[in-house]
Design a protein around this ligand. Structure first.
Ligand code: ZN
Length: 386
Protein backbone atom coordinates (compact mmCIF):
# COMPACT_ATOMS: atom_id res chain seq x y z
CA UNK A 1 0.00 0.00 0.00
CA UNK A 2 1.11 3.53 -0.76
CA UNK A 3 2.41 5.52 2.21
CA UNK A 4 0.11 8.53 2.46
CA UNK A 5 1.96 11.67 3.41
CA UNK A 6 -0.85 14.19 2.79
CA UNK A 7 -2.04 13.97 6.41
CA UNK A 8 1.49 14.07 7.88
CA UNK A 9 2.36 17.25 6.02
CA UNK A 10 -0.61 19.00 4.44
CA UNK A 11 1.70 21.65 2.97
CA UNK A 12 4.24 19.40 1.21
CA UNK A 13 4.20 20.30 -2.48
CA UNK A 14 6.78 17.84 -3.83
CA UNK A 15 8.55 14.59 -2.85
CA UNK A 16 10.53 11.87 -4.58
CA UNK A 17 8.61 8.63 -5.17
CA UNK A 18 8.93 5.33 -7.07
CA UNK A 19 6.34 3.46 -9.17
CA UNK A 20 5.15 0.18 -7.61
CA UNK A 21 2.50 -0.73 -10.21
CA UNK A 22 1.02 0.74 -13.38
CA UNK A 23 -1.78 -0.08 -15.82
CA UNK A 24 -4.01 1.50 -18.47
CA UNK A 25 -4.08 5.18 -17.53
CA UNK A 26 -2.96 4.77 -13.88
CA UNK A 27 0.00 4.10 -11.63
CA UNK A 28 0.69 3.50 -7.94
CA UNK A 29 3.62 4.91 -5.96
CA UNK A 30 5.51 3.78 -2.84
CA UNK A 31 4.62 7.13 -1.21
CA UNK A 32 2.41 10.06 -2.19
CA UNK A 33 1.29 13.56 -1.21
CA UNK A 34 -1.62 13.35 -3.69
CA UNK A 35 -5.07 13.22 -2.06
CA UNK A 36 -7.54 10.85 -3.76
CA UNK A 37 -11.06 12.25 -4.29
CA UNK A 38 -13.28 11.62 -1.23
CA UNK A 39 -15.75 13.36 1.03
CA UNK A 40 -16.57 15.96 -1.61
CA UNK A 41 -12.94 17.08 -1.99
CA UNK A 42 -11.63 16.56 -5.56
CA UNK A 43 -8.55 14.44 -6.25
CA UNK A 44 -5.19 16.18 -6.64
CA UNK A 45 -3.42 16.90 -9.92
CA UNK A 46 0.15 17.73 -10.84
CA UNK A 47 3.18 16.00 -12.34
CA UNK A 48 5.39 12.97 -11.77
CA UNK A 49 8.61 13.78 -13.62
CA UNK A 50 7.58 14.11 -17.29
CA UNK A 51 4.09 12.62 -16.67
CA UNK A 52 0.98 14.74 -16.04
CA UNK A 53 -1.42 13.54 -13.35
CA UNK A 54 -4.92 14.75 -14.19
CA UNK A 55 -6.73 13.21 -11.20
CA UNK A 56 -6.20 11.04 -8.13
CA UNK A 57 -8.73 8.40 -7.11
CA UNK A 58 -9.10 5.64 -4.54
CA UNK A 59 -8.64 2.11 -5.90
CA UNK A 60 -11.12 -0.62 -4.89
CA UNK A 61 -8.60 -1.84 -2.29
CA UNK A 62 -8.43 1.71 -0.87
CA UNK A 63 -4.98 2.44 -2.31
CA UNK A 64 -4.16 5.65 -4.20
CA UNK A 65 -4.33 5.67 -8.01
CA UNK A 66 -2.58 8.48 -9.90
CA UNK A 67 -4.38 8.94 -13.22
CA UNK A 68 -2.83 10.23 -16.44
CA UNK A 69 -4.90 11.67 -19.31
CA UNK A 70 -6.66 9.32 -21.74
CA UNK A 71 -4.16 7.75 -24.15
CA UNK A 72 -1.15 9.19 -22.29
CA UNK A 73 1.93 7.07 -21.46
CA UNK A 74 2.26 5.73 -17.91
CA UNK A 75 5.58 5.26 -16.05
CA UNK A 76 7.01 1.77 -15.59
CA UNK A 77 7.46 -0.02 -12.29
CA UNK A 78 10.65 1.14 -10.58
CA UNK A 79 10.76 4.59 -12.25
CA UNK A 80 11.61 7.29 -9.73
CA UNK A 81 10.76 10.97 -10.20
CA UNK A 82 9.76 14.07 -8.32
CA UNK A 83 6.03 14.11 -7.57
CA UNK A 84 4.78 17.72 -7.66
CA UNK A 85 1.34 18.97 -6.68
CA UNK A 86 -0.69 21.55 -8.58
CA UNK A 87 -0.59 23.51 -5.34
CA UNK A 88 -2.99 26.27 -6.39
CA UNK A 89 -5.67 23.62 -7.09
CA UNK A 90 -5.04 21.66 -3.87
CA UNK A 91 -4.73 24.71 -1.62
CA UNK A 92 -8.00 26.21 -2.90
CA UNK A 93 -9.85 22.96 -2.09
CA UNK A 94 -8.20 22.75 1.36
CA UNK A 95 -9.56 26.24 2.06
CA UNK A 96 -12.96 25.41 0.58
CA UNK A 97 -13.28 22.17 2.54
CA UNK A 98 -12.46 23.92 5.84
CA UNK A 99 -14.85 26.75 4.90
CA UNK A 100 -17.63 24.20 4.33
CA UNK A 101 -17.00 22.62 7.78
CA UNK A 102 -17.12 26.08 9.35
CA UNK A 103 -20.45 26.96 7.69
CA UNK A 104 -22.01 23.57 8.58
CA UNK A 105 -20.73 23.91 12.19
CA UNK A 106 -22.18 27.43 12.61
CA UNK A 107 -25.52 26.48 11.03
CA UNK A 108 -25.73 23.62 13.54
CA UNK A 109 -24.43 25.29 16.70
CA UNK A 110 -26.20 28.66 16.26
CA UNK A 111 -29.44 27.64 14.52
CA UNK A 112 -29.81 23.84 14.97
CA UNK A 113 -29.67 23.42 11.18
CA UNK A 114 -28.13 20.10 10.13
CA UNK A 115 -26.17 19.39 6.94
CA UNK A 116 -27.39 16.47 4.78
CA UNK A 117 -25.10 16.86 1.74
CA UNK A 118 -22.23 19.03 0.56
CA UNK A 119 -20.50 19.79 -2.73
CA UNK A 120 -17.11 21.42 -3.22
CA UNK A 121 -16.81 22.98 -6.64
CA UNK A 122 -14.41 25.14 -8.62
CA UNK A 123 -16.55 28.24 -8.24
CA UNK A 124 -18.62 27.68 -5.08
CA UNK A 125 -19.48 25.13 -2.43
CA UNK A 126 -22.95 24.08 -1.37
CA UNK A 127 -24.40 22.97 1.93
CA UNK A 128 -27.72 21.16 1.65
CA UNK A 129 -29.52 21.53 4.98
CA UNK A 130 -32.20 19.45 6.70
CA UNK A 131 -34.64 22.41 6.76
CA UNK A 132 -37.43 23.26 4.32
CA UNK A 133 -37.19 27.01 5.03
CA UNK A 134 -34.33 29.25 6.19
CA UNK A 135 -34.64 33.04 6.09
CA UNK A 136 -31.89 35.10 4.51
CA UNK A 137 -31.17 36.89 7.79
CA UNK A 138 -30.08 33.55 9.31
CA UNK A 139 -27.71 32.81 6.43
CA UNK A 140 -26.23 36.32 6.52
CA UNK A 141 -25.71 35.90 10.26
CA UNK A 142 -23.81 32.64 9.55
CA UNK A 143 -21.72 34.57 7.01
CA UNK A 144 -20.90 37.21 9.67
CA UNK A 145 -20.00 34.60 12.28
CA UNK A 146 -17.87 32.66 9.77
CA UNK A 147 -15.92 35.79 8.80
CA UNK A 148 -15.45 36.68 12.46
CA UNK A 149 -14.01 33.19 13.12
CA UNK A 150 -11.74 33.58 10.07
CA UNK A 151 -10.48 36.95 11.37
CA UNK A 152 -9.73 35.37 14.77
CA UNK A 153 -7.93 32.54 12.94
CA UNK A 154 -8.94 29.45 14.93
CA UNK A 155 -6.51 26.53 14.55
CA UNK A 156 -7.59 23.52 12.46
CA UNK A 157 -5.98 20.15 13.07
CA UNK A 158 -6.56 16.51 12.17
CA UNK A 159 -5.97 13.40 14.24
CA UNK A 160 -6.94 9.76 14.24
CA UNK A 161 -8.81 7.90 16.96
CA UNK A 162 -10.62 4.61 17.51
CA UNK A 163 -14.31 4.28 16.69
CA UNK A 164 -15.48 4.15 20.31
CA UNK A 165 -13.69 7.36 21.33
CA UNK A 166 -15.02 9.09 18.21
CA UNK A 167 -18.60 7.96 19.02
CA UNK A 168 -18.28 9.34 22.55
CA UNK A 169 -17.73 12.86 21.16
CA UNK A 170 -21.39 12.99 19.96
CA UNK A 171 -20.44 14.96 16.86
CA UNK A 172 -22.96 16.86 14.72
CA UNK A 173 -22.57 14.27 11.94
CA UNK A 174 -22.67 10.48 12.22
CA UNK A 175 -19.45 8.53 11.52
CA UNK A 176 -19.53 6.84 8.12
CA UNK A 177 -16.31 4.77 8.33
CA UNK A 178 -15.43 1.56 10.15
CA UNK A 179 -12.34 1.09 12.31
CA UNK A 180 -10.12 4.06 13.04
CA UNK A 181 -11.61 7.49 12.46
CA UNK A 182 -9.91 10.65 11.17
CA UNK A 183 -11.19 13.73 13.02
CA UNK A 184 -11.02 17.34 11.89
CA UNK A 185 -11.04 19.90 14.71
CA UNK A 186 -11.68 23.61 14.40
CA UNK A 187 -10.56 24.98 17.75
CA UNK A 188 -13.55 25.86 19.94
CA UNK A 189 -15.98 25.55 17.00
CA UNK A 190 -16.25 22.05 15.57
CA UNK A 191 -15.07 18.47 15.53
CA UNK A 192 -16.28 16.03 12.90
CA UNK A 193 -15.14 12.78 11.27
CA UNK A 194 -13.63 13.62 7.88
CA UNK A 195 -10.82 12.22 5.75
CA UNK A 196 -10.26 15.43 3.76
CA UNK A 197 -7.17 17.64 3.78
CA UNK A 198 -7.69 20.94 5.59
CA UNK A 199 -5.88 24.22 6.22
CA UNK A 200 -4.02 24.69 9.53
CA UNK A 201 -5.75 27.96 10.45
CA UNK A 202 -9.12 29.45 9.50
CA UNK A 203 -7.30 32.70 8.70
CA UNK A 204 -6.00 31.06 5.49
CA UNK A 205 -9.57 31.06 4.10
CA UNK A 206 -9.51 34.85 3.89
CA UNK A 207 -13.25 35.34 3.63
CA UNK A 208 -16.58 33.59 3.05
CA UNK A 209 -19.52 34.99 1.09
CA UNK A 210 -23.10 33.74 1.19
CA UNK A 211 -24.33 33.67 -2.43
CA UNK A 212 -27.86 32.24 -2.63
CA UNK A 213 -30.13 29.37 -1.70
CA UNK A 214 -32.70 27.17 -3.41
CA UNK A 215 -35.17 24.45 -2.51
CA UNK A 216 -34.15 20.93 -3.48
CA UNK A 217 -35.71 17.59 -2.46
CA UNK A 218 -37.74 19.59 0.11
CA UNK A 219 -34.52 21.00 1.66
CA UNK A 220 -32.85 24.37 1.47
CA UNK A 221 -29.53 24.12 -0.37
CA UNK A 222 -27.22 27.07 0.29
CA UNK A 223 -24.44 28.37 -2.00
CA UNK A 224 -21.21 29.93 -0.71
CA UNK A 225 -17.89 31.19 -2.00
CA UNK A 226 -14.62 31.45 -0.11
CA UNK A 227 -11.06 32.70 -0.44
CA UNK A 228 -10.20 34.17 -3.89
CA UNK A 229 -13.65 33.18 -5.22
CA UNK A 230 -15.32 35.28 -2.50
CA UNK A 231 -13.04 38.23 -3.32
CA UNK A 232 -13.88 37.86 -7.03
CA UNK A 233 -17.59 37.65 -6.24
CA UNK A 234 -17.47 40.82 -4.10
CA UNK A 235 -15.61 42.67 -6.88
CA UNK A 236 -17.99 41.47 -9.61
CA UNK A 237 -20.96 42.61 -7.55
CA UNK A 238 -19.36 46.00 -6.96
CA UNK A 239 -18.76 46.34 -10.73
CA UNK A 240 -22.42 45.45 -11.42
CA UNK A 241 -23.57 48.07 -8.92
CA UNK A 242 -21.31 50.71 -10.55
CA UNK A 243 -22.69 49.76 -13.99
CA UNK A 244 -26.34 49.90 -12.84
CA UNK A 245 -25.72 53.10 -10.93
CA UNK A 246 -24.46 54.76 -14.09
CA UNK A 247 -27.15 53.13 -16.30
CA UNK A 248 -29.98 54.41 -14.10
CA UNK A 249 -28.18 57.60 -13.03
CA UNK A 250 -28.96 56.63 -9.45
CA UNK A 251 -27.03 56.33 -6.20
CA UNK A 252 -26.41 52.63 -5.32
CA UNK A 253 -29.10 52.81 -2.62
CA UNK A 254 -31.69 54.04 -5.16
CA UNK A 255 -30.99 51.53 -7.97
CA UNK A 256 -33.83 49.18 -6.99
CA UNK A 257 -36.37 52.01 -6.84
CA UNK A 258 -35.16 53.53 -10.11
CA UNK A 259 -35.13 50.14 -11.90
CA UNK A 260 -38.70 49.43 -10.74
CA UNK A 261 -39.79 52.89 -11.97
CA UNK A 262 -38.16 52.30 -15.39
CA UNK A 263 -39.77 48.88 -15.79
CA UNK A 264 -43.20 50.31 -14.92
CA UNK A 265 -42.63 53.07 -17.50
CA UNK A 266 -41.60 50.55 -20.19
CA UNK A 267 -44.73 48.48 -19.47
CA UNK A 268 -46.95 51.53 -19.78
CA UNK A 269 -45.23 52.67 -23.01
CA UNK A 270 -45.49 49.16 -24.42
CA UNK A 271 -49.20 49.21 -23.70
CA UNK A 272 -49.62 52.62 -25.42
CA UNK A 273 -47.50 51.46 -28.34
CA UNK A 274 -49.66 48.33 -28.71
CA UNK A 275 -52.80 50.48 -28.90
CA UNK A 276 -51.22 52.86 -31.41
CA UNK A 277 -49.85 50.03 -33.56
CA UNK A 278 -53.31 48.54 -33.73
CA UNK A 279 -54.75 51.87 -34.87
CA UNK A 280 -51.99 52.20 -37.47
CA UNK A 281 -52.56 48.60 -38.60
CA UNK A 282 -56.25 49.30 -38.98
CA UNK A 283 -55.61 52.29 -41.32
CA UNK A 284 -52.90 50.47 -43.27
CA UNK A 285 -55.15 47.49 -43.82
CA UNK A 286 -58.11 49.66 -44.86
CA UNK A 287 -55.87 51.50 -47.37
CA UNK A 288 -54.51 48.21 -48.78
CA UNK A 289 -58.00 46.79 -49.14
CA UNK A 290 -59.15 49.96 -50.94
CA UNK A 291 -56.28 49.58 -53.45
CA UNK A 292 -57.02 45.89 -54.12
CA UNK A 293 -59.54 44.79 -56.72
CA UNK A 294 -62.38 42.73 -55.29
CA UNK A 295 -61.51 39.06 -55.02
CA UNK A 296 -57.75 39.55 -55.39
CA UNK A 297 -55.37 38.76 -52.51
CA UNK A 298 -54.53 41.70 -50.22
CA UNK A 299 -50.72 41.74 -50.15
CA UNK A 300 -48.53 44.51 -48.74
CA UNK A 301 -45.49 45.53 -46.71
CA UNK A 302 -46.38 47.18 -43.43
CA UNK A 303 -44.43 49.67 -41.29
CA UNK A 304 -46.43 48.38 -38.32
CA UNK A 305 -45.47 44.97 -36.89
CA UNK A 306 -47.24 42.01 -38.54
CA UNK A 307 -48.48 41.02 -35.09
CA UNK A 308 -50.46 44.30 -34.88
CA UNK A 309 -52.80 42.95 -37.60
CA UNK A 310 -53.90 39.99 -35.49
CA UNK A 311 -57.09 41.69 -34.38
CA UNK A 312 -57.45 43.83 -37.53
CA UNK A 313 -57.73 41.00 -40.09
CA UNK A 314 -61.00 39.30 -39.22
CA UNK A 315 -60.95 35.47 -39.23
CA UNK A 316 -64.20 35.39 -41.26
CA UNK A 317 -62.72 37.60 -44.00
CA UNK A 318 -62.85 35.58 -47.26
CA UNK A 319 -59.92 37.38 -48.91
CA UNK A 320 -56.45 35.92 -48.94
CA UNK A 321 -54.23 38.30 -46.94
CA UNK A 322 -50.42 38.46 -46.68
CA UNK A 323 -48.77 41.19 -44.62
CA UNK A 324 -44.97 41.37 -44.23
CA UNK A 325 -43.25 43.78 -41.86
CA UNK A 326 -39.76 45.29 -41.88
CA UNK A 327 -38.60 42.99 -39.06
CA UNK A 328 -39.00 39.89 -41.24
CA UNK A 329 -42.30 38.70 -39.72
CA UNK A 330 -45.50 37.94 -41.62
CA UNK A 331 -49.18 37.23 -41.15
CA UNK A 332 -50.96 35.08 -43.73
CA UNK A 333 -54.66 34.34 -43.93
CA UNK A 334 -55.82 32.01 -46.66
CA UNK A 335 -56.05 28.38 -47.83
CA UNK A 336 -53.62 25.93 -46.28
CA UNK A 337 -52.48 24.76 -49.73
CA UNK A 338 -51.50 28.36 -50.57
CA UNK A 339 -49.45 28.59 -47.37
CA UNK A 340 -47.78 25.26 -48.21
CA UNK A 341 -47.02 26.62 -51.71
CA UNK A 342 -45.41 29.74 -50.16
CA UNK A 343 -43.33 27.59 -47.81
CA UNK A 344 -42.16 25.40 -50.69
CA UNK A 345 -41.25 28.34 -52.97
CA UNK A 346 -39.70 30.85 -50.55
CA UNK A 347 -36.47 29.70 -48.92
CA UNK A 348 -36.06 30.77 -45.29
CA UNK A 349 -39.79 31.02 -44.62
CA UNK A 350 -40.58 29.61 -41.17
CA UNK A 351 -43.91 29.43 -39.48
CA UNK A 352 -47.19 27.69 -39.04
CA UNK A 353 -50.73 28.07 -37.81
CA UNK A 354 -54.20 26.65 -38.18
CA UNK A 355 -57.75 27.41 -39.30
CA UNK A 356 -56.48 29.36 -42.28
CA UNK A 357 -54.26 31.75 -40.28
CA UNK A 358 -50.47 31.44 -40.27
CA UNK A 359 -47.65 33.45 -38.70
CA UNK A 360 -43.90 33.25 -39.01
CA UNK A 361 -40.71 34.81 -40.29
CA UNK A 362 -38.77 35.14 -43.52
CA UNK A 363 -35.05 35.63 -44.19
CA UNK A 364 -35.01 37.89 -47.28
CA UNK A 365 -35.85 41.60 -47.57
CA UNK A 366 -39.56 42.43 -47.41
CA UNK A 367 -39.78 43.56 -51.10
CA UNK A 368 -38.33 40.27 -52.42
CA UNK A 369 -40.53 38.29 -50.07
CA UNK A 370 -43.70 40.08 -51.18
CA UNK A 371 -42.90 39.90 -54.90
CA UNK A 372 -42.06 36.18 -54.60
CA UNK A 373 -45.28 35.57 -52.65
CA UNK A 374 -47.33 37.59 -55.14
CA UNK A 375 -46.16 35.32 -57.99
CA UNK A 376 -47.25 32.25 -56.06
CA UNK A 377 -50.58 33.62 -54.82
CA UNK A 378 -51.60 35.33 -58.10
CA UNK A 379 -50.53 32.24 -60.05
CA UNK A 380 -52.52 30.12 -57.67
CA UNK A 381 -55.59 32.21 -58.49
CA UNK A 382 -57.57 30.70 -55.66
CA UNK A 383 -59.07 32.83 -52.94
CA UNK A 384 -61.19 30.10 -51.48
CA UNK A 385 -60.57 29.23 -47.87
CA UNK A 386 -59.58 25.71 -46.97
ZN1 ZN B 1 -15.12 17.12 5.46
Amino acid sequence: MTERLYYKDRYATSISAAVTASGDGWFRLDRTIFYPEAGGQPGDRGTFGPYSIVDTQKAEDGDVLHLVGKGSAVPSVGETHTLSLDWEHRYFFMKEHSAQHLVSALLFSCFSIGTVAVHQGDMFFTVETDKAEIDEETLLSVEDKANEAIRKGAAVWQDETDHESAESLHMRRSIKVQGRVMLVHIDGIDVVACGGVHVASLSEIGEIAYVSSEKIRGHVRTYWKCAERAVGYRRENAAIVRFLSSLFSAEPGNIEKEAARCIAEVKSLRHDLGAMSEKLAFSLFAAAVAETKGGEPVIFISDAAAAAFDSVVRPDDDRTVLIADREGRFLFQGPEKSFEALKAALPGLRGGGRNGRYRGSFQMDAESFISGARNILDGNGSTERA
